[in-house]
Design a protein around this ligand. Structure first.
Ligand code: GLU
Length: 285
């Protein structure tokens, strides 16, 4: 089977070394096997995404020598597709509207259990009677997945991680995640799952920071009848402070390195070897 991988950045800034590291790994996994490497722009967040960053990301990847196949997928143009997927889940009775504000959730979560990403949604709106739900639909609301009900429907699920082998999906640990936000008819979890299937992605390469999210994606695949790719969660580059490489701890934008006259071929080789330019940080892979 042909290997298809993708790089899926959000255009909320220029690419830095951490992004480049992830892009190289996804690119090489496919290309080394004669497969395809795709680019998808995850621009569902209309307030933080910028066209200039989309162009910048493409420019940075080209400069680095990473070329993608076919047209670039833009999530902002696929809202109808996400709405259809959400509609499928609505018809199955597995999602519910949530009217809670951030402050209400924070107050209610103080005593609620915590998951891998912090406090879990305490389930307030899951318990709303149908009538109250119907009358409140005119208010701003997001849509949440009723994870317990969804799991009862699918039964046990597994997915494969190249480092850890077969993993039992544990989506309950994440609580009732948001599938469509108040301000946009989708969310990261829903669109990434739908699009990996739509693009025929066989191998998802991304950082370990998204490891837990995969439990939710596996559940959504089962519910929506989508195939399950193989997963490769790579270690994250760290800054001088030992924390995940980000702007605040020295992640250099590729555009800056380029302006300083850096040699892209040497940088690419360093990223492949897990070695960063001196003084930037060390790879933890
Ligand atoms: N768009 C996500 C990000 O910028 C990555 C999504 C993924 O690789 O699944 O972190």
């Amino acid at each position: 089977m042909e290997i298809v991988s993708r790089f899926a950045p959000s255009p909320t800034g220029r690419l830095h070394l951490g992004h480049a590291f992830s892009a190289v790994r996804a690119h090489d996994l496919a290309r080394d096997a004669g497969g395809r490497f795709l680019l998808r722009i995850e621009d569902i967040d209309g307030t933080r995404s910028r066209e200039a960053f989309v162009a910048g990301i493409e420019e940075d990847l080209r400069w680095l020598g990473l070329h993608w196949d076919g047209p670039v997928m833009r999530q902002s143009r696929r809202m109808i597709t996400y709405a259809a997927a959400l509609g499928q889940l609505k018809a199955m009775g597995l999602v519910y509207p949530c009217f809670c504000t951030r402050a209400e959730i924070a107050a209610a979560s103080a005593s609620a259990p915590h998951g891998p990403e912090g406090s879990l949604y305490p389930g307030t709106c899951r318990a709303l009677p149908d009538e109250a739900r119907a009358t409140r639909l005119a208010e701003p609301h997001c849509w949440r997945l009723d994870v317990a009900r969804a799991v009862a429907r699918t039964g046990p699920l597994t997915w494969h991680d190249d480092q850890k082998g077969w993993i039992r999906a544990e989506p309950l640990a994440q609580g009732d995640v948001v599938l469509a936000r108040k301000e946009t008819p989708t969310s990261y979890h829903l669109s990434v799952t739908v699009d990996d299937a739509a693009q025929g992605v066989t191998d998802v390469v991304r950082g370990t920071d998204l490891f837990e999210a995969t439990h939710i994606h596996r559940l959504l695949q089962a519910l929506l009848g989508l195939p399950t790719p193989l997963y490769h969660h790579h270690g994250l580059l760290t800054g001088a402070d030992g924390k995940r490489l980000a702007k605040r701890n020295g992640a250099r934008p590729l555009a800056d390195l380029r302006a300083e006259g850096a040699d892209p071929a040497a940088l690419l080789a360093a990223l492949r070897a897990g070695q960063l330019p001196v003084g930037v940080g060390t790879a933890e892979v």
